[in-house]
Design a protein around this ligand. Structure first.
Ligand code: AKG
Ligand code: FE2
Length: 560
């Protein structure tokens, strides 16, 4: 009785699947007999799922996130609910309606339609109290049927359904999850294609349901392991059920770690800096607030083969892709592959390069930094930077005062105001920087007062903060008690800051910058703004300084 009911059900939904496939094909302008010829009843199969009540429903999936390896799936679920699908990057529940059928696009339809229809990622969550049943009809061809895109140029290589299934099994064995269509993507995507991707899941009125379904009450739950599938399967028609394996996507969901892949055909600094700057906007929710982000940098990626491997990996891991690719065809490939695989992506270099090209009226070279044919990789600017770094290292901590006149920027202040890291940072930006410490009782080099005062910058800091920094420093360096009290006791700290203040006030054209609580980058930005204002001398703001009540210099950045 059960089997005849199931046969009847299978025949009905098989006809429905046939019609739907033809309608979808026709919508793409293809009147095709392909489905009629290749998806015969003996190659399609029906699977009945039972999801027993699960005491740890929050931790276990009934069915791991997956896409179906078929053309179409016709699914019936009972009134319990639990099926979810991904829409716009979010999991949404499919409202249970025993009066309706759910149609899922499978991987084969995605390949056949060249990505116009997309196979939908779905999963089943378990229920604590009640069992759930569903029946899925998988509309498949024979293993030797070749799956080939119905339009050219094709995104995917053609493959037989057998090859596809074999690859899926191998991937599951090797990686623990199915990769699916990304395995069959052409490595080089250079031809622009307009792909109208749409996740597809429609509900139809349901007209047939076997009453004897409850017969299968003795099924047993197959897996109780955490996050492993929690359901039993009854196969009625066709091939054996797929092995269910834990998915990378599921692991991701358990641990909630998001990844950002940065890909560059150069060093990757631009991508890295941009991502870090943007991540700064999420300080309030990163890591310790439970939203951990992993970033991975792939530099020197200048061929599509490696690019596609990375993108495939990103698809597998559910990562986002941020790329700086000077070669427009490579950037285009990245964009397309991301669109096809549903990977969120951002092209950092493309939009700005295009804007500059249109502003200048000149085409960009499309060559990454260092590529043969691009004007000298090691540019003048590069050598200038190296020279600046060499100079700055030599001039650290008051060394070689006779060379101060060669500096572009001179930083001065008491010990532990951040002169050295600031000098190094500015040197990496190409400025020759000297730093001169102001130490009470040690004469300040004469040359500091002989050089152009416009390049001297004083640094000052809150005494309490300075004392804390100095104490930590004294401890880590194992200073003796005597040196320690000289260096880090409050009276001494205040006195030394006063000593510096007096020097600063005798040299009123030195801007004095309060560094308390400022990042090196922030102080550097202030210095460079002043430096360039002074260099350009155009409507240069007059720099003034005044003394605040606690005896610290306060530096209003731009005064008219
Ligand atoms: O039980 C369900 O609702 C979904 C079943 C399913 O996705 C499958 O068997 O592939
Ligand atoms: Fe499925």
């Amino acid at each position: 009785m059960l089997s005849s009911t199931m046969e009847q059900f299978a025949t009905t939904v098989s006809n429905l699947a046939q019609k739907l496939a033809e309608i979808l094909a026709e919508k793409m302008g293809h009147k095709s007999t392909f489905f009629k010829e290749n998806c015969l009843p003996n190659t399609c199969y029906l699977r009945m799922n039972r999801y027993p009540p699960c005491p740890i429903a929050d931790e276990v999936f009934g069915l791991m996130p997956h896409t179906d390896s078929d053309f179409l799936t016709i699914l019936h679920q009972d009134e319990i609910g639990g099926l979810q699908l991904v829409k716009d990057g979010k999991w949404i529940a499919v409202k249970p309606n025993p009066e309706a059928l759910i149609i899922n696009i499978g991987d084969l339809f995605q390949a056949w339609s060249n990505g116009v229809y997309r196979s939908v990622e779905h999963r089943v969550v378990t229920n604590k109290l009640v069992e759930r049943f569903s029946t899925a009809y998988f509309f498949c061809p024979s293993y030797d049927t070749m799956i080939q895109s119905c339009v050219e140029p094709s995104i995917y290589k053609s493959f037989s359904f057998g090859e596809f299934r074999k690859q899926v099994q191998e991937d599951v064995k090797r990686f623990g999850n199915k990769i699916g269509l990304p395995d069959f993507l052409y490595e080089i995507l250079t031809t622009p294609m307009a792909i109208d991707s749409s996740n597809f899941a429609i509900e139809l009125g349901f007209f047939f349901w076997p009453a004897q379904f409850a017969l299968a009450g003795n099924w047993t739950a197959r897996s109780t392991a955490r996050r492993l599938p929690w359901r039993s399967v009854l196969r009625l028609v066709g091939r054996s059920p797929r092995r269910r394996a834990p998915w990378a996507a599921a692991t991701r969901k358990v641990f909630g770690v998001k990844s950002i892949y940065m890909v560059s055909d150069g060093t990757g600094w631009t991508a890295e800096h941009s991502v870090n700057a943007a991540l700064g906007q999420f300080d309030h929710c990163l890591v310790d607030r439970g939203c951990p982000v992993n970033t991975h940098l792939f530099s020197g990626i200048d061929d599509s083969e490696r690019l596609m491997k990375i993108i495939r990996q990103a698809a597998k891991e559910g990562a986002m892709l941020v790329y700086t690719l000077a070669d427009p065809s490579l950037a285009e490939s990245a964009q397309q592959a991301c669109r096809i695989w549903g990977i969120p992506s951002t092209d950092i270099l493309g939009p700005i390069t295009e804007a500059i090209a249109s502003h200048l009226g000149v085409l960009p070279s499309g060559l990454p930094r260092g590529a043969p044919g691009r004007s000298s990789h090691l540019s003048e600017e590069y050598f200038r930077r190296i020279e600046a770094i060499e100079y700055t290292i030599k001039q650290d901590d008051g060394a070689l005062p006779e060379n101060l006149h060669k500096a572009e920027v001179i930083l001065t202040g008491v010990s532990r105001t951040g002169k050295t890291p600031l000098s190094t940072y500015l040197a990496h930006k190409g400025y020759k920087v000297a730093n001169v410490p102001l130490v009470m009782g040690v004469p300040v080099p004469k040359t500091l007062f002989e050089v152009n005062p416009e390049k001297v910058f004083g640094l000052t800091i809150n005494p309490v903060v300075l004392q804390t920094i100095r104490r930590a420093r004294a401890k880590s360096l194992g200073f003796s008690e005597e040196i320690r009290s000289n260096y880090s006791e409050m009276d001494y700290v205040r006195e030394e800051l006063e000593f510096a203040r007096r020097i600063f006030s005798k040299n009123p054209s030195w801007p004095v910058i309060e560094v308390t609580g400022k990042a090196i980058e922030e102080t550097a930005a202030v210095i460079l703004r002043l430096y360039h204002d002074r260099q350009n001398k155009c409507s240069m703001p007059k720099i003034s300084k005044r003394i605040t009540r606690n005896g610290m210099f306060f530096f209003p950045s731009v005064l008219g």
